[in-house]
Design a binder for this molecule. Structure first.
Ligand SMILES: Nc1ncnc2c1ncn2[C@@H]1O[C@H](COP(=O)(O)OP(=O)(O)OP(=O)(O)O)[C@@H](O)[C@H]1O
Ligand SMILES: [Mg+2]
Length: 215
C-alpha cells in the first residue's frame, strides 16, 4: 500500500480557460480525515472531482490510492456529491451500482441513511425508479440514496461534498452519525460550509485563491 491515499502535487485545473485550481498541493495519509472549507465558488467541489477521478488535471501530479488512471481511481473511492448524481434507475440499482450486494447489507445501509421509512411507504419499495437525474425524488432523498451507496461500497477513500446540506437538522445529524461510523479506518475528505459538523478527528484546510492551506 502506498504512503498517501491522496497525493496532489502542484496541480492546476481550468474550466474553458478560467483557472480554478492553481499550484495546489495536498498530501493525505491513509486513514486521515480532512475537512475543506472556503467561500462559495472557490473550487472545493472541483478539487473533490479531481480526487474522484472525474476530471484530469492540466498540469501537476495527482495520484490517488497509488493510481493515476481515472478508471482505476474510481474503484477506490465512494462519493457523496453536492449535485444530484443518481442514475435513471431504481433506488436499489442506485445503491448497489450493479454490484452483488446482500439484501441485509442494502437494508442496513438504508437504515443508517434514514431511508427505510420513506422506502417502506413506496408501493414498489427499493424497486422504485428515481427518474431522469433523480427528478422524482427530493434533494434530501437523493442525498440519502448516495449515502446508502457509499455505505455499501467498501471503498478505502470517502469523498463528501456537503453530504447533509439538503436534510432537515434532525435527519442531518442522524445521517452524520452514520457517516462517522463509515469513516472509521478510512480516509475521508469532507467539504462543508458547516464546520460544526466536523469532529476533532479532522484536520481542516481552507481553500482560497486556487490553493489549500492548513487552518
Ligand atoms: N462545469 C463547470 N464549467 C464551468 N465552470 C465551472 C464548472 N463547475 C464549476 N465551475 C466554476 O468553477 C468555480 C469553482 O466551482 P466549484 O463548484 O468547485 O466551487 P465550490 O467551492 O464547490 O462552491 P460551493 O461552495 O458553492 O459549492 C466557480 O467559479 C464555478 O462557477
Ligand atoms: Mg461545491
Amino acid at each position: 500500500m502506498c504512503e498517501y491515499a491522496v497525493y496532489l502535487d502542484n496541480i492546476s485545473f481550468s474550466y474553458e480557460g478560467t483557472t480554478v485550481i492553481k499550484d495546489l498541493s495536498l498530501r493525505v495519509r491513509n486513514g486521515e480525515h480532512i475537512g475543506i472549507v472556503g467561500d462559495s465558488g472557490c473550487g472545493k467541489s472541483t478539487v473533490l472531482k479531481i480526487i474522484a477521478g472525474l476530471y484530469e488535471v492540466d498540469c501537476g501530479k495527482a495520484v490517488i490510492a497509488g493510481e493515476k488512471s481515472p478508471v482505476k481511481i474510481r474503484e477506490h473511492i465512494a462519493v457523496v456529491m453536492q449535485n444530484n448524481s443518481l442514475f435513471p434507475l431504481s433506488i436499489r440499482d442506485n445503491i448497489t451500482c450493479g454490484h452483488d450486494i446482500s439484501e441485509e447489507k442494502i437494508w442496513t445501509a438504508c437504515q443508517n441513511a434514514s431511508l427505510t421509512e420513506w422506502i417502506g411507504s413506496l408501493p414498489d419499495g427499493l424497486n422504485t425508479n428515481v427518474g431522469e437525474r433523480g427528478n422524482q425524488v427530493s434533494g434530501g432523498q437523493a442525498q440519502r440514496i448516495q449515502i446508502a451507496r457509499a455505505l455499501c461500497k467498501d471503498a478505502p477513500i470517502i469523498l463528501l461534498d456537503e453530504p447533509v446540506s439538503a436534510l432537515d437538522q434532525d435527519t442531518g445529524w442522524s445521517v452524520l452519525n452514520a457517516i462517522n461510523e463509515l469513516m472509521k479506518d478510512r480516509t475521508v475528505i469532507h467539504v462543508t460550509h458547516h464546520r460544526e459538523t466536523l469532529d476533532h478527528s479532522y484536520t481542516i484546510y481552507r481553500m482560497k485563491g486556487g490553493r489549500l492551506s492548513r487552518e
